[in-house]
Design a protein around this ligand. Structure first.
Ligand SMILES: CSCCC(=O)C(=O)COP(=O)(O)O
Ligand SMILES: [Mg+2]
Length: 227
């Protein structure tokens, strides 16, 4: 019996194009000014130091860090420091109403159905927890944050690492066999399955012939009561 569902965001609840054509360009446009203006703030300084560590450049100047971060955006690197900074930068865009968090239309009805079935809902994304709360807090369908019992980012580990799913199961407090992970990326689902989780792969675009996971095209096809 499924007790909790953990969902990925990009490519699963939300269009990859929204992330790559709206969120990433917004962060790129505002990154340099944000870093120069806010670099002494505690959370910004911590994120910049994380980038220095990741890049192996402990003495990097702000200008050098900005160049490094631009490169990380271009290569869609799941850098925890970049993800933390993006979350802080996106806040202004959401709050000013420049964009709302994209959700596929099948997502909210499924979340509501699963919640009525007594299933707890969680998010696990490479985007920072702050960024996750913004996307669902300022979503196309309004503020959905009350639907979720918790959020996980790469603070628990990378999404392709089996240990990350063991850690999440421990934190949620349910046996892995009662957990379902939803993602568009089969390597993430491989890691969850290795940890004993159930998995469903969202195919929002092209088929994934290399996957061994149950595949669906939208959330209406996911029936946790039948798993
Ligand atoms: C949390 S919204 C921003 C999406 C993002 O930055 C990202 O890296 C998405 O990764 P995901 O793990 O949700 O595929
Ligand atoms: Mg994804």
């Amino acid at each position: 019996m499924i007790r909790a569902i953990v969902t990925d965001i990009e490519g699963t609840t939300s269009d990859i194009q929204f992330v790559h054509s709206v969120l990433f360009p917004y962060a790129r446009q505002h990154l340099a000014a944000f870093v120069r203006e806010k670099h002494a703030d505690e959370d910004v300084a911590a994120a910049l130091n994380a980038v220095r560590d990741e890049a192996g450049t402990p003495q990097a100047t702000l200008d050098q860090l900005i160049t490094t971060l631009m490169g990380y955006i271009d290569e869609d690197r799941k850098s925890p420091g970049l993800k933390a900074l993006q979350g802080m930068i996106w806040r202004a865009g959401y709050v000013d109403g420049q964009f709302t968090g994209h959700l596929y239309p099948d997502v909210l009805p499924a979340f509501e159905r699963w919640q009525q079935q007594g299933i707890s809902l969680y998010v696990y994304s490479s985007g920072s927890i702050a960024a996750q709360k913004l996307l669902f807090g300022y979503s196309d369908e309004g503020d959905l944050t009350s639907l979720f019992s918790g959020y996980f980012d790469t603070g628990v580990g990378a999404k392709r690492e089996t240990q990350s799913y063991r850690t999440i199961a421990e934190k949620i407090g349910h046996a892995p066999g009662s957990l379902l992970f939803l993602s568009d990326i089969h390597q993430e689902l491989d890691a969850a399955a290795e940890a004993g989780w159930h998995t469903v792969q969202l195919i929002r675009g092209e088929a994934d012939n290399a996957s061994r996971h149950h595949q669906v095209n939208d959330f209406s096809q996911i029936k946790p009561e039948s798993i």
